[in-house]
Design a protein around this ligand. Structure first.
Ligand code: KIV
Ligand code: NA
Length: 270
C-alpha cells in the first residue's frame, strides 16, 4: 500500500460532494500509529498530547521539540495515512515567516506531509504564504483549544449569530488561502453544514456534523482512556478498564508469587 497524498485526499471532494468521508484519528506514538494506519486516511499528531500524554491541563505549554519527536515516531509507525502534525502555540502566530520556519522544521524532522494550525481569517495570510512555498496546511476553527485563555472554556462555539457568521467566514478565508482541509471543532451543527458547503477544502468535524467531509477524534478518547470527555466523544471501547484490570491481576500474581511461572523462566539445560 503506497502512502496517500494530500492531493489524493483533496480530490475526494468533487463539486462540493465527498462520496467517501475522510477518516482521521490522532496518534502520538509509533505503535498506536501502526495499529490505526491501515484504517485511516489521516493520522494527526495533535497537540492534545499535552493532556493525553503529558498530563498538562492545556495545549499552551507544548513545544516544537515535542511535536517533532512524536511526529517522527508516528511517521515511522505508518506507511499508508497522510501524517499531519499540529503546530504548537507560539510557533506560528507572530508572522508568516515564523510559521514557515516552524513548519519547515516539523516537515524536515518528522517526514510528515502537512501541518495544522489554529485560527481563521487572522491566519489566512500565513496559510497562503506557507502553501505557496510548498507546505500543505490544515486549518482549525470554532473551538480552538490554544485560545483557551481568551475563550475562557471549552464550550461549543457559534451560539450567537455574529459568532456563527465569524466561524463560517474563518473557514472561507482559510479555504481561499489554500488550506486543503479545515477542522471544525465544537460548533453548532448548522454552522458546520454551512461551512462545508461554502468551501472546497475538506471539512473535518469533531463535535460538528456527520455532513462534514470527514471526522476526527482523539484516539484515547475514542478508546475510553478517560472518565470525563466532551459530549462529542463517542466511546468505542473501555481501555481504561482493561489496563486497570491487567494491573490488578499482575499485582496479585507478584504478591502471591504466581508470576513469573514456568513459561516465563529460563532453566539450565539438563
Ligand atoms: O490536538 C488535537 O488532537 C486536535 C484534534 C482534536 C482536531 O487538534
Ligand atoms: Na490540536
Amino acid at each position: 500500500m503506497r502512502r496517500l497524498s494530500v492531493p489524493k485526499i483533496q480530490s475526494r471532494k468533487v463539486d462540493g460532494v465527498t462520496a467517501e468521508p475522510v477518516v482521521m484519528l490522532t496518534a502520538y506514538t509509533a505503535r498506536t500509529a501502526q495499529l490505526l494506519d491501515a484504517h485511516c486516511d489521516i493520522l494527526l499528531v495533535g497537540d492534545s498530547l499535552a493532556q493525553v500524554i503529558y498530563g498538562l491541563d492545556s495545549t499552551i505549554p507544548v513545544t516544537l521539540e515535542m511535536m517533532c519527536n512524536h511526529g517522527a515516531a508516528v511517521v515511522r509507525g505508518s506507511y499508508h495515512s497522510v501524517v499531519v502534525v499540529d503546530m504548537p502555540f507560539g510557533s506560528y502566530e507572530a508572522s508568516p515567516q515564523q510559521a514557515y520556519e516552524s513548519a519547515a522544521r516539523i516537515l524536515k524532522e518528522t517526514g510528515a506531509a502537512a501541518v495544522k494550525l489554529e485560527g481563521g481569517e487572522v491566519m489566512a495570510e500565513t496559510v497562503a504564504f506557507m502553501v505557496q512555498r510548498g507546505i500543505p496546511v490544515v486549518g482549525h476553527v470554532g473551538l480552538t483549544p490554544q485560545a483557551i485563555n481568551v475563550l475562557g472554556g471549552y464550550a461549543a462555539r457559534g451560539r450567537s449569530d455574529a459568532e456563527a457568521k465569524k466561524i463560517v467566514g474563518d473557514a472561507v478565508a482559510l479555504d481561499r488561502a489554500g488550506a486543503f482541509a479545515i477542522v471544525l471543532e465544537g460548533v453548532l451543527e448548522p454552522i458546520a453544514i454551512e461551512a462545508t458547503k461554502a468551501v472546497d477544502a475538506i471539512t473535518i468535524g469533531i463535535g460538528a456534523s456527520a455532513q462534514c467531509d470527514g471526522q476526527v477524534l482523539v484516539t484515547e478518547d475514542m478508546l475510553g482512556m478517560f472518565e470525563r470527555t466532551a459530549r462529542f466523544v463517542k466511546r468505542y471501547h473501555n481501555i481504561a478498564e482493561n489496563i486497570e484490570g491487567a494491573a490488578i491481576k499482575y499485582a496479585e500474581d507478584v504478591r502471591n508469587r504466581s508470576f513469573p511461572g514456568p513459561d516465563q523462566l529460563y532453566q539450565p539445560k539438563k
